[in-house]
Design a protein around this ligand. Structure first.
Ligand code: HEM
Length: 119
């Protein structure tokens, strides 16, 4: 039986040494997310889409804003895939790609606020 289309399109990504899920778990525990979270307008999220900027790489997932910069090199789907949602709401693409992945369990430490519409 032929493999399903989604499976045949899978592209293997090689993570650089030191970027396994276990390495991420270790690094993640050293990140101190802001408390309390603030409301972040989407126009501000848009300004954080450059991976070389010190301001971070922000995306919105399920109404929360994440700075993905520390996670980029650890993403099993590769940095470029993750950068596709930089500076914008990535919920739809995230769900299309891997609805089974538990965002909160993996990048909870990267949450920096709650996304709100601009006034
Ligand atoms: C911060 C948010 C994200 C987290 C925590 C995350 C996490 C993961 C994890 C754990 C995997 C491995 C899944 C598995 O092997 O079953 C994965 C794979 C992948 N991710 Fe993400 N991801 C995120 C965002 C995204 C986004 C926004 C996209 C698309 C634009 C994306 C595209 C992919 C792709 C293409 C793969 C490879 C899937 C495959 O092997 O077929 N990811 N991601």
């Amino acid at each position: 039986m032929p493999a399903p289309a989604a499976t045949s399109k899978r592209k293997k990504v090689t993570l650089t040494p030191g970027h396994s899920p276990l390495d991420w778990a270790r690094l993640k525990s050293s990140i101190q997310p802001p408390f309390p979270f603030r409301k972040i307008p989407l126009s501000e999220v848009k300004q954080h889409k450059d991976r070389n900027s010190p301001g971070g790489v922000w995306t919105v997932l399920n109404g929360k804003v994440y700075d993905m910069a520390p996670y980029l090199a650890f993403h099993p789907g590769g940095e470029d895939e993750l950068m596709r949602v930089a500076g914008r709401d990535g919920t739809r693409l995230f769900m299309l790609t891997h609805s089974w992945v538990n965002v909160d369990a993996i990048v909870d430490a990267c949450c920096i606020g709650i996304a709100v519409k601009d006034d």
